[in-house]
Design a protein around this ligand. Structure first.
Ligand code: DX5
Ligand code: ZN
Length: 211
């Protein structure tokens, strides 16, 4: 069954505690946390202090997506804040193998994210250290962008290269009921969605529509 990971980027930050509880009640499987540093991507969101402050209000795993220039120096901060999965961008890691080993040594699940223009072959020699692969279906930085259809091929190729391994394939950006169906058909296991989950008041209905 496909897992739904609402992105709190689209939540009301003034009511984050209530929003997180509402997502859990609505049937979310993971909480996707978009960390942006204003350097790697042209937007700035939140850091470990904010995640730590909402950690007591949900049992959902924190799926932390680090869109930052230098993730290495921040891994321990987010482990301490209660992250369960730490995903770094392959493009931001000159020593990706070392970064993934560091995430594992902190006792967390390790993810690698690929921008739309990045070929999946960068993963070839790190597959044994990866729990999750995040295929970006928009250019990272903002919610509410249009899905990039060319990424469907990448999802299928990643599916092929991870055959026989316990690696989850996650997609992020422009996911709505239509693109969700295309992504799961191509092999996606986890769907991240901001706009599509937070539209209107009925998070449960929105999550069910994605499933
Ligand atoms: C984009 C973020 C996404 C974003 C998705 O850089 O990584 O997680 O919140 O938002 P939607 O679902 O609105 O495209
Ligand atoms: Zn994300």
């Amino acid at each position: 069954m496909v897992l739904i990971a609402p992105s709190i980027l689209a939540a009301d930050f003034g009511r984050l505690r209530e929003e997180v509880a509402a997502l859990e009640k609505a049937g979310a499987d993971l909480l996707h946390c978009d960390v942006m540093d204003g350097q790697y991507v042209p937007n700035l969101t939140f850091g470990p202090a904010v995640l730590k402050s909402i950690r007591p209000y949900t049992k959902l795993d924190f799926d932390v997506h680090l869109m930052v220039q230098n993730p290495d120096k921040m891994l321990a901060w987010f482990a301490d804040a209660g992250a369960d999965i730490l995903t770094v961008h392959a493009e931001a890691c000159p020593h990706l193998d070392r970064t993934l080993a560091e995430i594992k040594s902190l006792g967390l699940r390790a993810g690698v994210s690929l921008n739309p223009s990045t070929p999946e072959k960068v993963l070839t020699y790190v597959l044994d250290k990866v729990d999750q692969i995040l295929v970006m279906t928009v250019n990272p930085g903002f919610g509410g962008q249009n899905f990039i259809p060319a990424q469907l091929n990448k999802i299928a190729r990643v599916k092929e290269m991870t055959k026989g391994r316990h690696i989850k394939i996650e997609v992020d950006g422009g996911i709505n009921p239509l693109t969700a169906a295309e992504c799961t058909a191509a092999g996606a296991d986890i769907l991240v969605a901001g706009t599509a989950v937070f539209a209107g008041k009925d998070y449960k209905k929105n999550i069910e529509a994605l499933r």
